[in-house]
Ligand binder design. Sequence first.
Ligand code: 5GP
Ligand code: MN
Length: 351
Amino acid sequence: MFQITESCISRLDGFFAQSRRVSIISHTRPDGDALGSTTALLMFLRRYYSAEAKVVMPNAISQNIAFIKPSSTEDAYLDFSQEIQAAGEWLKSSDLILCLDFNSFARTDGLQNLLEDSKSSKVLIDHHLHPDETAFDLVFSTPDISSASELLYHILMAMPQIAGDATKLPAESAYALMSGMTTDTNNFANSVFPSTLRMASELLAAGVDRDDIVSHINNEYRENRVRLMGYLLDRKLTITAEGVAYIILTRKEQEQFDLQEGDLEGVVNIPLQVEKVKISLLLREDTEYYRVSIRSKVGYSANSMATRYFHGGGHEQASGGRLFFPQDIATPEGAEAYIVNILKDYFDEDR
Ligand code: 5GP
Ligand code: MN
């Protein structure tokens, strides 16, 4: 397992203790792990250090994960896409910037330039492949872990205030960490390590209500999502001879179903239920590109597909990227032909 050294913990403690203002950042369109890890760190800093800390997200936190945010902390979250001035000023005046659940500033949309120009100390806590280590003063990074939330859990457990006793974590941190790990593992379906189960066990023993978390994750979707799933699986799913499933969702369809951020969470996993499907792609049309989500079964690399054909990356079995028009395809209608074409190339060399 990834080693968290005493010297790294002592440097982290030093950064926390010396800072007056802290920005906790995560990636664009934050998911459960992004919100879980940032929230857990926010509540830990509030409890054990005197620095003023806020979470600064590149854009809005979607309704389906909002349950992770503790009540009475509204003022601690800034959305850069909506509050450019306030979020930008907070970031610029921070002497410490903590970056969670992303591997490069390019994953932070509008925050990218501010982060690149910033001279403040920066710490990375992440579990993606190929982190941009040179951009940070201190790096905690390994792909051999379930989630950024799990990595942060082990880091916090090693901090002097907690000293291996999970009951000393603020209850909101413990709840947020369990939530982030649960969403990133798809409720223990993938990327589960011995350390992941140890974390879950210790957090359960410390009193985290996992039933409450799982109920929030599974049973609070909008009706549109469930009806859309029927439509997508019945009418829009194609499975190729190579065992690649793809769904291409137009802007018009997204409007028809009144889709909001989060409504498509997990949909890309469903075609993998079919035995012959090895890789699943979901393309969502945006104004200048398709957002691409990729999932694969073990033995097939979602990451290499995202990197090679969609300007993206992520994890071996779960990655994402973009397909731009007119750079990659002349018009949105060209997406299907593009996929068919890349599959020839991908299955020629990359098995
Ligand atoms: P999702 O399909 O859930 O949006 O993303 C799955 C994984 O791929 C996440 O770990 C995410 O960080 C990564 N990912 C998604 N979109 C992009 C992208 O545009 N660029 C890169 N490098 N990674 C992405
Ligand atoms: Mn993650």
